[in-house]
Design a protein around this ligand. Structure first.
Ligand code: SF4
Length: 224
């Protein structure tokens, strides 16, 4: 992940690059701990697999089968990345050089070769990855149009919700004593991943759950 950021360049909405997907599958190989599956991606991927008859019925089952957790911070804040398979660490969803979850692939894949980062003003910083230089041929792509197509309002709202809540959640987790850490992390997992009804709109549930999580963690730290 750090390598990706090291090889990226900041761009403005009006900047243009040349880019064409040539279907080589290169960006889906050697991606161990590189393709993030945020809570929103996990929700839509689970729903997609369920609705296409893939024997997946809930987010926990999806995460167990297709993702692996990584600790983001020593307070216990963890995130998920897609699992990889084979010697070339190919994404678990790469089949015959094609993405088999194209319609529901994670935001990072939809945005590629661009990336986004929320800022404190409710906006976003845009970057593009300079890796795999053979992709940077073909038609001219404007950052703004790419974002309009691949970064819809619900993703923006989700990212801003994460930006607003992740810091305070991490702060509360840091205050939880060791003997109550497991309990706190079970609430963390439940309210960020498990307790989302796939048949109801994602964002409202997620936003409500983050507020609930913060209240539970705050209460736990007060009880010490
Ligand atoms: S989800 Fe699809 S596009 Fe994304 S890395 Fe995996 S195979 Fe590639």
């Amino acid at each position: 992940m750090e390598d990706v950021l090291k090889n990226s360049v900041r761009v403005t909405p009006s900047d243009k690059i040349r880019f064409k997907c040539i279907g080589c599958g290169d960006c889906c190989r050697n991606v161990k701990a590189s393709v993030p599956v945020d809570c929103q991606n996990a929700f839509y991927l689970t729903k997609y697999l369920r609705d296409t008859g893939m024997d997946i019925y809930c987010i926990d089952q999806f995460l167990e089968q297709y993702a692996e957790p990584e600790l983001l911070d020593e307070c216990g804040f963890f995130v998920y990345f897609l699992k990889t398979v084979g010697e070339d660490n190919a994404c678990i969803f790469l089949k015959d050089n094609r993405c088999c979850v194209q319609e529901a692939k994670p935001l990072a894949c939809r945005l590629y070769p661009f990336m986004v980062d929320p800022n404190e003003f409710g906006g976003f910083r845009y970057l593009y990855s300079k890796e795999r230089t053979h992709h940077f041929r073909g038609p001219v792509v404007e950052t703004r149009s790419w974002m309009k197509k691949n970064f819809p309002p619900e993703c923006r709202a989700f990212m801003q919700t994460e930006y607003t809540h992740a810091g305070p959640i991490a702060m509360q987790l840091r205050k939880i004593p060791e003997h109550r850490k497991t309990e706190a992390l079970l609430h963390f997992h439940r309210l960020r991943y498990s307790e989302l009804d796939l048949d109801k709109p994602f964002l409202e549930q997620f936003q409500r759950n983050q507020v609930k999580l913060l209240a539970i963690l705050a209460r736990m730290t007060e009880e010490i």
